[in-house]
Design a protein around this ligand. Structure first.
Ligand code: BGC
Length: 554
């Protein structure tokens, strides 16, 4: 591929306001992408160095996990200065250089704003905790103990234990939905909202194209601090760590999803709309009502553009029936809203391991992901077919894993460094000892080892992304004729007068796929086996193969 020929001119980047619909977004976890200053931790200059790889994939945008100043207890999701780059990752100058290089390559840049909570090392929290009447006393969620000294209610932290931590300075508890070092900001306070909006403006003015908004449904809590009701055991389900964490034994009615959030999201959107083509994708974690909340937050064109969906991030294997069930629920509830789908990210076991997928199945699931109605996030290394890495207790970094080892090993196994070349023990990621070990089994899948090999997973991803980009029905079109039968999930995507039938055999045996009425011709642009077109209304799909066929006019 000739990168220079394929560059999109910068003015196209600026004017297509709707670019995010159906976009493919590549998530970069900066600590683990590329080290440039020999400290074993990735950084912004490292990202710049490797952007060519991302551009060659043919994606539309990157999402960079947090790089702001932070004590790094949750590896950047605990921010102590929202307007600066942590020296570990570089400087604001490096960030500016990253934006301009990305834009030159036709890539938009989304950054990860963590507005629900800050670090306990943020000066706002230092001030807030000094007394009950300082100017920032109400910037976090403080509450008195119950008469017996115990926490104000039964709310739980996602990382285990009570969501309340005691402060002797104020003789009060403060709320934290995650680590106790991540106190929850009080967005019921208008000054806090104004300040967070001005943080967003700061980065928009620096040229970012939008935001991934961390834990967007945790922004507001119930001011009455009512207890969450218990959930019947058969209704408990969770994406992360159900085996060690009772978080989802409750119905989270009061600690998140508060309706006041809608008004704040409108304020946020009004700010984004001042910029030519800024977008937003809000992370919605809710095991019970995820889809309804996504619909609420993205409908009407006046709140966030997309919600990051958890439906395919759990251990439940997406069989044909399960995929159809999720998509039917989505079509039923989403209205004019929009999802952003993902199979892997920096919080969950890589899906190749989570679903125990062999090589062919990995490719097939990639094709399915890239055929969904909505936008798509790919996580670094997914394009190489990486599996979850084993990280020994001595090397563990994630406090979540350290707490629950060995029943739950935390999130380090999906955060190990990107393998760039195979003939180097650190995979070309760093010439110092990496902050998490390079997984030896990842070396054979390094970018350098796959680049140029026509039959590699990397080549497959490039072709499949290109296929999605070439077919407007896949990126922008409606979805109909959804069907799951005999291990095959199929649907039709349509846009204007184009219709594309898509079928996926999610099993390891050959199965028949029924075509909808009409005449269909296989599109050979997708990286799958050529199949004899069958006018009898059915094609035989080999194991883990997809079939894409365009409607022919009669
Ligand atoms: C991020 C996690 C983080 C948490 C708290 C999330 O959902 O993706 O990595 O630990 O928010 O900020």
């Amino acid at each position: 591929m000739n990168l220079m020929q394929d560059l999109k001119p910068e003015h196209i980047l600026a004017t297509d306001k709707d670019w995010w619909r159906g976009a493919v977004i590549y998530q970069i976890y900066p600590r683990s992408f590329q080290d440039s200053n020999h400290d074993g931790i990735g950084d912004l200059a490292g990202i710049i160095h490797r952007l060519g790889h991302v551009a060659e994939l043919g994606v539309d945008a990157i999402w960079i996990s947090p790089f702001f100043r932070s004590p790094m207890l949750d590896f950047g999701y605990d921010v102590s200065d929202y307007r600066d780059v942590d020296p570990m990752f570089g400087s604001l100058g490096d960030f500016d250089a990253l934006i301009s290089r990305a834009h030159e390559l036709g890539l938009r840049v989304l950054i990860d704003l963590v507005l629900s909570h800050s670090s306990n090392q943020h000066p706002w929290f230092h001030e807030s905790q000094t007394s009950r009447d300082n100017p920032k006393s109400d910037w976090y969620v403080w509450a008195d103990a119950k008469p017996d000294g115990s926490p104000p209610n039964n709310w739980l932290s996602i990382f285990g234990g009570s969501a309340w931590e005691w402060s002797g300075d104020r003789m009060q508890y403060y709320l934290h939905n995650f680590l106790k070092e991540q106190p929850d900001l009080n967005l019921h306070n208008a000054d806090v909202q104004d300040e967070l909006l001005s943080v967003a403006r700061f980065w928009l003015d620096r040229g970012v194209d939008g935001f991934r908004l961390d834990t967007i449904n945790f922004y507001f809590h119930d001011p009455e601090l009512r207890d969450n009701p218990a959930l019947a055991p058969e209704l408990r389900n969770a994406t992360i760590a159900p085996e060690v964490n009772p978080y989802n034994w409750q119905e989270h009615l009061y600690d998140k999803n508060h309706p006041a959030n809608l008004e704040f999201l409108r304020r946020f959107r009004a700010l984004l709309d001042e910029y030519p083509a800024a977008t937003s994708v809000g992370e919605v974690g809710d095991a019970q009502r995820g889809m309804e909340i996504q619909a609420q937050y993205t409908s009407g064109g006046d709140k966030v553009h997309m919600c990051y969906s958890f439906e395919f991030l759990s251990g439940i294997l997406p069989t044909a029936e399960r995929v159809a069930e999720v998509l039917a629920d989505y079509e039923d509830k989403i209205g004019d809203g929009w999802a952003c789908w993902a199979f892997s990210n920096h919080d969950v076991v890589r899906h190749a391991s989570r679903w125990n997928l062999g090589e062919d199945a990995r490719r097939l699931y990639a094709a399915l992901l890239l055929s969904l109605r909505g936008s798509v996030c790919l996580y670094q290394g997914e394009e190489l077919g990486l599996t979850e890495a084993y990280v020994s207790y001595e090397d563990l970094q994630d406090p979540y894993g350290i707490r629950f080892w060995p029943k739950f090993k935390g999130r380090d196994g999906c955060r190990t460094p990107m393998p760039w070349i195979s003939d180097n023990q650190n995979g070309g990621f760093s010439d110092a000892k990496p902050w998490l070990p390079m997984a030896m089994e990842h070396l054979q899948r390094a970018v350098g080892a796959q680049d140029g090999a026509e039959d590699s997973t990397l080549a497959f991803y490039r072709r499949m992304i290109g296929f999605r980009q070439a077919w407007a029905p896949l990126s922008k079109g409606a979805l109909s004729d959804l069907r799951a039968a005999e291990g095959i999930v199929s649907f039709v995507r349509s846009h204007g007068d184009q219709r594309l039938f898509c079928a996926f055999n999610l099993t390891n045996t050959a199965r028949p796929a029924a075509l909808p009425a009409g005449h269909w011709r296989q599109d050979r642009g997708a990286p799958f086996t050529a199949i004899e077109d069958d006018r009898g209304g059915c094609v035989a799909l080999p194991p883990y193969q997809a079939y894409f066929a365009a409607a022919e006019s009669a």
